[in-house]
Design a protein around this ligand. Structure first.
Ligand SMILES: [Zn+2]
Ligand SMILES: [Zn+2]
Length: 169
């Protein structure tokens, strides 16, 4: 899990450390089963002692393999996510107004896993399309219509069109 050691950081205000590391993708919540990591997650972060809090910011690079919602092909979905969170030591600081999105931690390390997962999920599109004009699978024979045509008469499946056809008879 992505951990930030803050023991040295705590020494003085303004102290800053850079963090470059790669790690396995943290487990995503159920319902995201179609998403697989292509490689380890790349972290390029810096942590700064800002006095009452520690700010962690930078980029997270995530290369995922996802499934097209139309044709079910999997394809690579690389993402660069801007990460920016503020952490405070629960034992040293009482959260004030305007700090509602600050995240508490205790001890000498901060586990940023929940925020990493949250940021990854927030950056996922509503649905995955292998390309904007993906025509998907034939509803009748299941062929991938991006690759081949089929002879199925799919119009019959659309109730509105079926009605129109009846009218024209
Ligand atoms: Zn597709
Ligand atoms: Zn077909």
């Amino acid at each position: 899990m992505p951990l930030i050691q803050v023991e040295k950081l705590k020494k003085y205000k303004g102290k800053r450390i850079s963090l470059f590391f790669t790690e396995e993708l943290p487990a995503l919540p159920a319902g995201e089963d179609g998403i697989q990591p292509l490689r380890e997650v790349e972290y390029r972060l810096s942590a700064t002692n800002a006095g009452t809090a520690i700010t962690v910011e930078g980029m997270i690079k995530v290369d995922l393999r996802v499934q097209c919602n139309r044709c079910l092909e999997s394809f690579a979905h690389p993402q660069e996510i801007v990460f920016q969170e503020i952490y405070y030591d629960r034992n040293l600081h009482k959260m004030g107004a305007g700090e509602l999105d600050w995240i508490p931690y205790t001890g000498d390390q901060i586990d940023i896993t929940p925020e990493v997962v949250q940021n990854i999920l927030l950056n996922l599109p509503m649905r995955f399309l292998c390309r904007d004009d993906c025509v998907g699978l034939c509803e009748v024979c299941g062929k991938d219509l991006n690759k081949e045509k089929c002879a199925c008469s799919r119009d019959d499946l659309d109730p509105r069109l079926a009605k129109l056809k009846d009218l024209l008879k």
